[in-house]
Design a protein around this ligand. Structure first.
Ligand code: GLY
Ligand code: MN
Ligand code: MN
Length: 451
């Protein structure tokens, strides 16, 4: 039987991350903690959208990284060395009435069986069980930006002060758990890279779809619809961040998300959009002519960005730094701007006096993972940029944004261009996850001609 032409476009999904990998992460985190410490990490709750309706639930990325649990109102407690189990989760109560409205809940048994957590209790038992679990722990690790975690810590302190009278060791205080988790999240496992590869592939397909749909007469929002249709059709939860479709001078607004204007007939359109799959983000930008053919000025400026971007991608390898890669991009863009007459004088002088910032004011890269601007520090200390290492995933996204000002040659006014790929650092250099959407001028024009 011939394959169904529609179903055969469904991209094969990578496997979900195993309960064993989540356990391994929890063990690796606990191995870094001093004796007699505990971790308290709340998951996300539901957020009101309007009146009694809520935004679609999105789990807290750190909580998800350590548990794989996607229910609201859960709490992870890690208790290194505890004989009855080192990982404990408090979760939503089973509740037939609520489950009739919003679907099945894991309950304590589901958390243990399906997620490999050592012990679980429902939230109704929290007030009784949590103080007992934390009693006698001398140091708590929690996300300091979580009001809920801080309340738990303050309650534990009050309990410990009462407990002192019963001869229990005192709670000495609390520290931020986030830097330890974020350092782990900076290096992606094979399973995580497979999910990122899939998010990137879905995103690439969506960009191809938008390129082929583009034509004068449509609105920016209609290209947004093409992209987001493809995301959801492929099983992504939706966009990993607000989709940007900026045509003409809207492309110069870095976080333009209105997407409400008609596509500019003779202009370029910049699309920055990525799918979220299994909570992992894709993050692709492509810029192309609305009507399918670059003008000479668009072509010239695009080629400057493209060459800087390709050189930057090729520089990604273990030991390289984002600072050096950005510096090279700045130099290449500045040289291009001088060649096109948008800046004057010597390349290094225009870099040193920051003139290029009129046209390029963001950085070239950020980490990519569960969060689109993923966690992990960019420096080892104040001075030292972090060298890239195998398993890191980053974006490479130079751009040029030319204002509509009078002193700019007319043909270049109001052109915004960014080209963004997602790149994994590998032992031998790098892998580009987003190669399935064209960025060469001839390839873009050829794809767009195939309506
Ligand atoms: N889409 C946001 C970014 O590229 O960083
Ligand atoms: Mn982006
Ligand atoms: Mn980005």
């Amino acid at each position: 039987m011939l394959p169904d032409p529609v179903l055969s476009t469904l991209l094969p999904r990578p496997p979900a991350i195993s309960a064993a990998e989540y356990r391994h992460r929890r063990d690796a985190l606990m191995a870094q903690l001093p004796d007699n410490a505990a971790v308290v990490l709340p998951g996300a709750g539901l957020m009101t959208r309007s009146r009694d309706s809520e935004f679609a639930f999105r789990q807290n990325s750190d909580f998800y990284y350590l548990t794989g649990i996607r229910e609201p109102d859960a709490l992870l407690v890690l208790l290194p060395g505890r004989a009855e189990g080192q990982s404990v989760v408090f979760c939503q109560d089973r509740d037939p009435t609520m489950e009739a409205w919003t679907g099945r809940r894991l309950g304590a048994a589901g958390v243990v069986v399906e997620h490999g957590i050592d012990q679980a209790f429902e939230n109704a038992d929290r007030d009784e069980r949590l103080p007992e679990l934390l009693a006698g722990r001398e140091l708590l690790y929690l996300p300091l930006d979580s009001a809920e975690a801080l309340i738990i810590a303050e309650d534990a302190l009050a309990d410990a002060q009462a407990g002192l009278r019963r001869g229990r060791p005192p709670l000495k205080g609390w520290l931020d758990i986030s830097p330890l988790i974020h350092a782990m999240r900076l290096i992606k496992s094979e399973a995580e890279i497979a999910l990122l590869r899939h998010a990137a592939l879905i995103s690439a397909h969506a960009h191809r779809r938008a390129m082929q749909a583009s034509r004068p007469g449509l609105g920016e929002f209609q290209l947004q619809a093409e992209l987001e249709h493809e995301f959801v059709w492929q099983g992504a939860s939706g966009p990993a961040y607000s989709t940007i479709v900026g045509s003409g001078a809207n492309a110069c607004v870095l976080h333009y998300i209105e997407n409400s204007a008609p596509l500019c007939e003779d202009g370029l359109v910049l699309i920055d959009a990525g799918a979220e799959f299994d909570l992992y983000a894709g993050d692709i930008t492509r810029t192309f002519p609305v009507a399918g053919r670059f003008s000479d000025a668009q072509r010239a400026l695009y080629q400057v960005v493209l060459e800087a971007q390709e050189r930057a991608v090729n520089a990604v390898q273990p030991g390289a730094t984002l600072t050096d890669i950005h510096q090279q991009v700045v130099t290449d863009l500045t040289a291009g701007l001088i060649k096109l007459g948008l800046l004057e004088g010597d390349v290094q002088a225009r870099v040193d006096d920051n003139s290029y910032k009129r046209f390029y004011l963001h950085s070239t890269s950020h980490w990519l993972g569960l969060d689109v601007h993923d966690v992990g520090t960019y420096k080892l200390d104040e001075q030292t940029p972090r060298p890239l290492a195998v398993g890191m995933v980053l974006t490479v996204e130079p751009g040029l944004y030319i204002p509509v000002d009078d002193d700019i040659p007319k043909a270049y006014r109001g052109i915004g261009i960014r080209i963004e790929d997602n790149v994994v650092v590998t032992r031998h250099g790098h892998e580009v996850l987003t190669a399935d959407v064209p960025k060469q001028i001839v390839e873009i024009e050829a794809l767009m001609a195939k309506k």
